[in-house]
Design a protein around this ligand. Structure first.
Ligand code: HEC
Length: 165
């Protein structure tokens, strides 16, 4: 008797979860070009690229890896919410669409978020322990952000001179 009730309610819950998994309050986040290059137009050393790719790109690019639990509600909403907000704040796949001053600003924010350990978010590193950012990685990202900021600024200054501004 008890097992039949459990089976019935279990079945109903699963059916509800499956049904709700088709509800995507933040739109279709999976329908993007997954192969678009990250930081197009910028110079990113391989070791820095690996950090940003592994530890940030799930939420800050179109190259999101969707784990199995993200297929079923409510996991799907938790993750879609992060991805939607993360891509809106900064999308590495749309780097080339940003103006030089926006890229410079984004680089400062990347360094600041990493230094203050705001990013990657704690809830994410708890779910994926391998995504925690080490002190060495933090320094590499911050050093790169500084150099790349300078390079972009110099490039945009010389572009202005060419344009006679
Ligand atoms: C689990 C998803 C997730 C991961 C992984 C993640 N972020 Fe974020 N990030 C967000 C969300 C959501 C926001 C917007 C809300 C906020 O600022 O907290 C954000 C905001 C930001 C911002 C903008 C902050 C501002 O000043 O407006 C930067 C910069 C950033 N993240 C950098 C990073 C970097 C660098 C990494 C990797 C080391 C990373 N994030 C990993 C979800 C994520």
């Amino acid at each position: 008797m008890v097992s039949r009730i459990v089976a019935t309610y279990g079945g109903l819950l699963l059916a509800a979860a499956v049904g709700l998994s088709f509800v995507h309050p933040w739109g279709d986040l999976r329908n993007v070009d997954r192969h678009s290059e990250l930081f197009l137009g910028s110079e990113v050393p391989l070791e820095v690229r690996q950090v940003l790719d592994r530890k940030c790109a799930d939420c800050h690019s179109n190259r999101t890896y969707w784990p199995v639990y993200s297929r079923l509600a409510p996991g799907t909403w938790l993750m879609e919410h992060d991805v939607s907000e993360g891509r809106t704040a900064l999308n590495f796949s749309r780097w080339h669409e940003m103006r030089a001053d926006e890229q410079i600003d984004a680089l400062s924010r990347i360094a600041a978020e990493v230094r203050s350990e705001e990013m990657p978010p704690t809830a994410y590193t708890m779910m994926h322990p391998g995504r925690h950012i080490s002190d060495e990685e933090k320094q590499k990202v911050a050093a790169w952000a500084r150099v790349e900021r300078r390079r972009i600024r110099a490039a945009s200054e010389s572009q202005k001179e060419i344009n006679g501004q």
